[in-house]
Design a protein. Structure first.
Length: 262
């Protein structure tokens, strides 16, 4: 597992370097996929960098920007990587820094390893089912990965909070989510609501900065697998709102049900 974690972190940092070069130096064009979600040159460049590392592991890869094989083939995979080369493309386009590189390793439908790199903030989150979840601040791509792993602060952090805190999507705040937040106010009194982009919302729960993250709007498996790993390995739950059980992966339908993280 340590070798695979090392590979995933290296892939994420290398992709982040490529992304930031485009982010800081180019007027990138935006295309749109068939579902009208935005796609940039950086998404594709990140995908190619990550694949160059993960292909060497001989574990199949399900990437947002890769070829999505039919379930008949995927269902035979006991293990797979699930990758989002840029989670939060809308935030990338807005240049607000709230985008991430997500890499998860899933075994028997459960995330057993997660890596999330926030290239604009130089923050790295990583986790394994054996060792728990960690955060590294002020990441330098020139630091050896073994040293980065040693620098990790165990999650959740000891974060003082005065109010019950809920984190919600910056781009997808549905009426149902607002209704859930209103219910929390009835239960907890004053509730602080924080808006964030990408998988940073899952990271905030794992850190202990937020108490919960309700997601009552569409997401895909690659949006959540790495964040779920980090949350679960930090001691939190990611519940599929439909099945009322742990959210599973490599399903026939790659669109997630609503879910709740707390």
């Amino acid at each position: 597992m340590k070798d695979l974690l090392h590979t995933a972190i290296t892939a994420a940092l290398s992709a982040g370097e490529k992304i930031m070069h485009i982010y800081e130096n180019e007027d990138f064009e935006v295309d749109f996929k068939s579902d009208d979600s935005p796609l940039t040159k950086a998404d594709l460049a990140s995908h190619q960098v990550i694949m160059s590392f993960l292909e060497k592991t001989d574990i199949p890869v399900l990437s947002e920007e890769g070829k999505h094989l039919p379930y008949e083939e995927r269902k035979t995979w006991n293990r797979l990587w699930i990758v989002d080369p840029i989670d939060g493309t809308k935030e990338f386009i807005k240049r607000n820094g709230e985008f991430t590189v997500n890499i998860a390793l899933v075994e028997e439908q459960k995330p057993i390893l997660g890596v999330i790199f926030v290239p604009a903030l130089n923050e790295l989150y990583f986790s394994t089912v054996e060792d728990g979840a960690f955060k590294v601040r002020n990441v330098s791509i020139y630091t050896k990965v073994n040293e980065l792993i040693q620098l990790g602060e165990k999650l959740p952090l000891d974060v003082p909070k005065e109010k019950y805190t809920v984190v919600a999507s910056k781009s997808h705040l549905s009426p149902e989510t607002q209704e859930y937040i209103d219910e929390l106010k009835t239960k907890h009194g004053e509730v602080e609501a924080i808006s964030k982009g990408s998988s940073l919302k899952l990271c905030m729960v794992a850190e202990g900065v937020a108490d919960c993250y309700p997601r009552f709007a569409p997401t895909m498996e690659w949006d959540t697998a790495a964040g779920q790993a980090i949350c679960e390995h930090a001691g939190f739950t990611v519940m599929d709102y439909k099945t009322k059980a742990q959210m599973l992966y490599n399903r026939e339908e790659l669109l997630n049900n609503w879910f709740l993280v707390k």
